[in-house]
Design a protein around this ligand. Structure first.
Ligand code: SAM
Ligand code: SF4
Length: 319
């Protein structure tokens, strides 16, 4: 269905947990998160009811995220149920990849279409530093497992941070020469209270492009990324520019948090309590609440004019 600004809202990102087996500095606090308590997070049954109701309203694309979606037990079963739901066309996942060697085949069999895997550095020490302890070899094993299972095309999410990993831009680009990956450079966003050194680390996509003079634009198919390629490369290079080139006018997304709040804009404090509608509402209420939410979707964020970061950290929203 269309929102009041004429945008077709057809995409729901579902965060299944705020927990994670890594601790990326820009995403979540070092000590991890307090347990939300079993009763405060949506059950898979409840998530599935949201999927059914939203699919009736024209949502066709779903992304599972977190926290780290693969740390929640039973995730394969959720994918399977979602895939059988009328109206659901595509299910993808954003993951750090660490658990993919065990789960990639099962996820593919259950109907997951493909994955985005986060990888901010190709150097062991830096990967360990940004993730506060992660092992690059495990993430790479995850990428290989996803490729083997056919969770393709694989997109690699790279948050580019000045002075931290910007000397690896060419190494990432090099990956696309040999592999059929889409490397996506993402601008660091000021979100939450995590150790997010936005003022110093932010790097606009234009700055990256300026270092890559031979990029060839590729015709856009879907989504908000600008896509390029190097001549003869197997893979592609994408730029996600939430800050420098605000793509709000094309935003087609809703987000569901693990504790049952619907967010119609990543950068807005507004949250709609779907858990209440799920647990206390009458039949049909869920669709009504979703319809109202879509109608009330914000026109745009105001980060460029000094809007303060929202209070939730990214692991509690789902990127
Ligand atoms: N754990 C999974 C992962 O890392 O892919 C899924 C959740 S994570 C919150 C989703 C994506 O959000 C990751 O690609 C991560 O790099 C990105 N992200 C987290 N905090 C961010 C921030 N402050 N700015 C830009 N991207 C961010
Ligand atoms: Fe975990 Fe993903 Fe956040 Fe890193 S970005 S801490 S892997 S949820």
């Amino acid at each position: 269905m269309k929102d009041t600004f004429g945008r077709e809202i057809n995409y729901l990102r579902i965060s299944v947990t705020d927990k994670c087996n890594l601790r990326c500095r820009y995403c979540m606090p070092e000590e991890g998160v307090a347990d939300l308590g079993h009763e405060n997070i949506l059950t898979y049954e409840e998530i599935h009811r949201v999927v059914e109701a939203s699919a009736k309203l024209g949502i066709t694309k779903y992304r599972l995220t977190g926290g780290e979606p693969l740390v929640r037990r039973g995730i394969v079963g959720l994918v399977e149920r979602m895939k059988q739901t009328p109206g659901v066309e595509k299910i993808t996942m954003t993951t750090n990849g660490i658990l993919l060697p065990q789960l990639a085949e099962k996820l593919k069999e259950s109907g997951l279409d493909r994955v985005n895997i986060s990888l901010d550095s190709l150097r062991h020490d830096r990967y360990r530093e940004i993730t506060r302890g992660g092992d690059l070899d495990q993430a790479i094993a995850g990428i290989n497992a996803a490729a083997k299972a056919g969770l393709t095309p694989i997109k690699l999410n790279v948050v580019m941070m000045k002075g931290f990993n910007d000397d690896e831009i060419l190494d990432f680009v090099q990956l696309t020469l040999q592999h059929d990956y889409e490397v996506r450079f993402i601008e660091l966003m000021p979100v939450g209270r995590a150790e997010n050194d936005f003022a110093h680390g932010y790097m606009a996509s234009e700055e990256i492009k300026a270092r890559l003079p031979q990029l060839i634009p590729v015709e856009k198919q879907e989504g908000v990324a600008e896509i390029y390629q190097y001549r003869g490369a197997r893979g592609r290079i994408g730029f996600i520019t939430p800050i420098s080139c605000n793509f709000c006018s094309q935003c087609n997304k809703l987000r569901l948090t693990a504790d049952g709040k619907l967010k119609t804009c990543l950068h807005s404090e507004k949250e709609i309590d779907l858990k209440k509608a799920l647990r206390e509402g009458q039949p049909g209420d869920l669709e009504k609440v979703l319809t109202e939410a879509i109608r009330g979707k914000e026109e745009k964020h105001h980060l460029e004019s000094g809007q303060a970061p929202i209070s939730r950290d990214m692991n509690k929203i789902g990127g």
